[in-house]
Design a protein around this ligand. Structure first.
Ligand SMILES: [Zn+2]
Length: 259
């Protein structure tokens, strides 16, 4: 415990894990949205929209599905706009502890499903007698084998049994499990690598992030406002006082965003 490092940034392995999972199990649009949340810890929905350039409805659907699957979390904030009006804004972020738990849980569910299928397939009838209709499982097959003819015969009526085609696909369960393990190996390695990582609260529930790519937009907007303020002063001189206050506020805002 004593020599445990203080973590100030989400480890690269956890970020890679998030990328792997979203690429493996979701569509490319989901990956693009999650990539932004991997890069910027907590992003406003409007900013995601500006960066991804998706349709508003499409983005909402993507975020909702990721949220339902507990890949991301959201937080609502009431903010006062430049016009003094309070508006609600959704922020999205990845809680990596929740993400790891969800991945472990889901992989476990898939593994259990494959194992159940595998167990079922060994007890399920896979041979059928075309004459008397008797059914035989894989485990009983050695009783049916006739070394003299090299064929499988019904133990009741001695007719040659046929493979039951409906049971065939399930008999691949063993190879399916092997394939699943093989494909999921990189995820297991990353899970193992990050097993002992304990993230501090500020990384699990991050504060909203300023997006550098969107900064020019923020600077431009108050600038445009200033232009309209100047026009306003000319047309409504009696309101000049209030407008001057707004002007100073906007200037302060510009300086603050440039920093
Ligand atoms: Zn038979």
């Amino acid at each position: 415990m004593g020599d445990q490092k203080v973590i100030t940034e989400v480890p690269a392995a956890l970020k890679r894990l998030a990328k792997y999972v979203v690429r493996g199990f979701y569509e490319v649009e989901h990956s693009l949205a999650l990539d932004l949340l991997i890069r910027y810890p907590c992003v406003k929905e409007d900013d995601l929209l500006a960066l991804l350039k998706f349709e508003k409805k499409q983005l909402r659907a993507i975020l909702t599905s990721l949220k339902l699957d507990k890949i991301i979390k959201s937080r609502m904030r009431v903010e006062t706009g430049e016009d003094g009006k309070a508006t609600r804004h959704n922020y999205y972020y990845i809680n990596y502890k929740l993400l790891v738990d969800v991945i472990k849980y889901k992989l476990d569910q898939v593994r259990k499903k494959i194992e159940t299928d595998e167990r079922d397939s060994t007890t399920r009838a896979s041979f059928k007698c075309p004459v008397c209709g008797s059914l035989y499982s894989d485990l009983e097959v050695n009783h049916l084998f006739d070394p003299a003819s090299g064929e499988f015969h019904c133990t009741y009526c001695s007719a040659e049994v046929e493979e039951d085609a409906s049971a065939l696909p399930k008999r691949d369960a063993r190879t399916l499990l092997a394939r699943f393990n093989e494909q999921i190996e990189p995820i297991y390695l990353l899970l193992r690598e990050t097993e002992d990582v304990v993230l501090p609260c500020e990384l699990l529930e991050p504060e909203p992030t300023e997006i550098p790519e969107l900064m020019p937009r923020y600077i431009k907007r108050p600038f445009l406002n200033n232009m309209s303020v100047l026009i306003h002063i000319h047309t409504h001189p009696h309101r000049c006082n209030i407008i001057c206050q707004q002007f100073i506020f906007t200037l302060a805002y510009i300086l603050w965003t440039i920093q």
